[in-house]
Design a protein around this ligand. Structure first.
Ligand code: SME
Length: 165
């Protein structure tokens, strides 16, 4: 059984480094996308402080559809270009939103969400897998260290995805 390790990291950077190591171990040798996405969501949600949602929106060829996540039930379908998730998917650039209420077109799934980070997930062949979305009930929860840390975690996740192909 996989057990989440907690409490050793002193800085955000160390926390992400530790999390990256745990993600590597958790995903190693497992080819199932949904299993890996579900466990990845649980690992991040239960390891990082001050989050109210962490999960995947997967691209079905037309729009984003909610995938494995931790948190309250969420909006199911998001068009490319809509909200923070749709913007990350369309631009293929990580979105770090310090106050979701000031983001034009933000989709409020959980009224508790105040800030958000969304990382686009692109496969080795250049096609879009979806996005990784994390929400916080605090304003300005995510900074450049979170951007780097989340992108590194998503790189680990995408390496596991690309190995199945
Ligand atoms: N707030 C997101 C929608 C997804 S939920 O946060 C889970 C957005 O604007 O894309």
């Amino acid at each position: 059984m996989f057990e989440i390790k907690t409490g050793q990291a002193n800085s955000k950077r160390e926390l992400y480094a530790d999390l990256a190591q745990q993600a590597e171990g958790m995903l190693a040798g497992e080819p199932d996308l949904i299993a890996n996405a579900a466990n990845f969501s649980a690992l991040v949600f239960h390891s990082l402080p001050d989050l109210n949602w962490a999960g995947f929106y997967l691209y079905d060829g037309t729009e984003l559809v909610v995938g494995p996540f931790q948190g309250k039930p969420a909006c199911i379908r998001i068009a490319l270009g809509r909200g923070v998730c749709g913007t990350a998917a369309q631009t293929r650039e990580t979105q770090v939103i310090r106050d979701v209420h000031s983001f034009d077109g933000h989709i409020a799934c959980d009224a508790a969400s105040q800030s958000e980070i969304v990382v686009p997930l692109v496969k080795a062949d250049g096609s879009l897998l979806g996005v990784w979305d994390v929400d916080s009930p605090s304003i300005a929860r995510f900074d450049d260290e979170d951007r780097a840390g989340m992108q590194a975690l998503c790189d680990i996740f995408m390496r596991a995805v690309n190995q199945q192909a």
